[in-house]
Ligand binder design. Structure first.
Ligand code: MN
Length: 250
């Protein structure tokens, strides 16, 4: 059987050496960990550039069997009806527009989606939810969610609700995860349910029970999959769901 095609959304940087003579030109990128783990689990990774053309994105999604929404900069708070606070980080409207469009198309097609860190936040905002723009300045007595160590190391525990798809995958009520975020879900979108929390009560995972496989995690399983069995299980589940989606299509 052909490997399922997994679309991976990109972030952007102002181009490096190549753009010295043409400042302000952007380069799309995604860390290679995303592609590596998709390949390892039996999928074929393909990057979705920050193209803002809805028709193109629709044609791309038509050919995909699954989607990974990757980590990246903050979402422009205007997309959830707020003015920017002083703790807001970098934003990039082009990425927001691309990913929000991808989610809309993917949900309509019931494509499996795994939202990672910013990806979980995109899932929430796309369906009408809101975010804490900056945890340290907005959430009293929050634990440290912006670990200084590399994302290959786990940092804090999350408690997992037993009646969820996430629990079916992990078969554990508590696991340790890494944490490289300064934003989090504030108001949950009505289409989502919470599946895991940090000790301070912040939302660490969500899913959309009306779809076959729509899971968002606030941590970075692509950073730990080589050592951490639970991280690898999450990607295996995405690929399994994407294979089923591919079968149904053919
Ligand atoms: Mn965290």
């Amino acid at each position: 059987m052909m490997r399922p095609l997994i679309g991976i959304t990109c972030s952007r940087v102002v181009g490096g050496t190549w753009s010295q003579n043409s400042p302000g030109r952007f380069m799309d990128y995604a860390f290679d960990e995303y592609s590596s783990v998709v390949h390892h689990c039996g999928g074929a990774p393909i990057l979705i550039p920050t193209a803002q053309n809805h028709e193109s994105l629709q044609s791309i999604c038509e050919r995909l069997n699954g989607v990974i929404l990757t980590g990246g900069p903050d979402i422009d708070p205007h997309f959830y009806g707020e003015e920017p606070l002083s703790g807001l980080g970098e934003i990039d409207e082009a990425i927001d527009l691309t990913e929000l469009a991808v989610v809309k198309i993917a949900l309509k097609k019931d494509l499996p989606i795994l939202g990672i860190c910013r990806g979980l936040q995109v899932l929430n905002v796309s369906e009408g939810g809101t975010l804490y723009q900056d945890i340290p300045s907005q959430v009293k007595e929050s634990i440290n969610h912006l670990q200084k160590k590399d994302k290959s190391v786990n940092a804090h525990y999350v408690r997992i609700d037993e009646n969820t798809g996430l629990h079916l995958i992990f078969k554990r009520k508590k696991i340790q995860v890494n944490s490289r975020h300064h934003q989090a879900i504030k108001d949950l979108a009505s289409s989502l349910i919470v599946t895991a929390w940090a000790q301070d009560g912040l939302i660490e995972a969500v899913e959309n029970p009306s779809r076959t496989f729509v899971i968002g995690v606030q941590w970075h399983p692509e950073g730990t999959w080589k050592k951490d069995a639970f991280s690898k299980k999450l990607f295996h589940s995405l690929i399994r769901a994407s294979k089923s989606a591919a079968k149904q299509k053919s």
